[in-house]
Design a protein around this ligand. Structure first.
Ligand SMILES: [Fe+2]
Ligand SMILES: [Fe+2]
Length: 263
């Protein structure tokens, strides 16, 4: 990594700002002090996002486009599941209702960028989400949180890194969806590695233990279809992202496969 350039600090005092802007110096991964009981509401709801015809069209077309180029299912099943998991992660960890709702919305919208292209779909999706959320009445602040989460979930090429709690929850939720129902190829003899590992996964569940400060991805894998090693070969980037996301939230990240601890 290149060294940061030295920054010259002027000796004269800066002029006082006349605008009321300030950087937020709160830790973006910390549970807010108001907790989940009294936490404020998000300015837009998952239900409103789900009901939007543009969102539905984008998810449907994104999923279809990915099917054409050989990717696993990224449609309503995947994004609905990721929305639920992301919300539950922050709920279990004690984040307020606003953060939970924004995590759910991020989960639902996170793959819409695939409607444009698989390449850089996280970045494209974040920009598409901006217009949708503002049209649905989201505040700039809430839209910014969701955009940051979506833009940081990329697991191909440059790996996304968690930038705040909602982003970390989205990463953990998205990378936990490994399941045979995502495989679209009906012909097992032509499975690629991703198909085979997903098809071998008969159950996946992310367990969050607030007392032990641990998150555990519990996988059941049919090893007659894919050896456990194949999971690691294919999903190493996702595992690294999940571990970083959990650690950013102050949690450890573990994986069990067929009840055996492997990470
Ligand atoms: Fe994605
Ligand atoms: Fe996804």
């Amino acid at each position: 990594m290149a060294e940061a350039p030295e920054i010259a600090i002027p000796s004269s005092r800066r002029p006082a700002s006349h605008v009321s802007e300030r950087d937020d110096d709160n830790d973006p991964f910390q549970v807010s002090s108001d907790g989940q009981v009294t936490g404020g509401k998000a300015s837009v709801t998952l239900n409103a996002v789900k009901a939007d015809p543009e969102v539905q069209a984008f998810i449907r077309n994104a999923n279809r486009n990915l099917g054409v180029i050989g990717y696993t299912e990224h449609g309503f099943r995947h994004v609905g599941l990721v929305a639920n998991i992301a919300r539950n992660i922050l709920k279990r960890m004690g984040f307020d209702r606003r953060q939970q709702e924004l995590a759910a919305i991020s989960g639902y919208l996170h793959d819409i960028g695939n409607v444009v292209s698989r390449l850089d779909h996280a970045r494209t999706g974040a920009l598409l989400a901006h217009g949708i959320l503002r049209r649905l009445g989201a505040t700039p602040e809430d839209a910014a949180i969701v955009m940051g989460a979506i833009g940081s979930h990329e697991d191909e090429g440059h790996l996304g890194e968690p930038v705040h709690a909602v982003s970390a929850a989205l990463i953990l939720a998205d990378k936990a969806d490994v399941h045979r129902s995502r495989v679209r190829n009906p012909e097992p003899t032509t499975f690629d590695q991703h198909d085979r590992v997903n098809y071998a996964a008969t159950s996946s569940r992310l367990r969050v233990d607030p007392d032990a400060k641990s998150t555990t991805l519990e996988l059941e894998i049919d090893t007659t279809i894919a050896p456990v090693m194949h999971y690691f070969e294919i999903f190493l980037p996702r595992m690294l992202m999940s571990r970083r996301a959990a650690e950013a939230l102050g949690y450890a990240f573990h994986i069990t496969i067929n009840d055996v601890s492997v990470l």
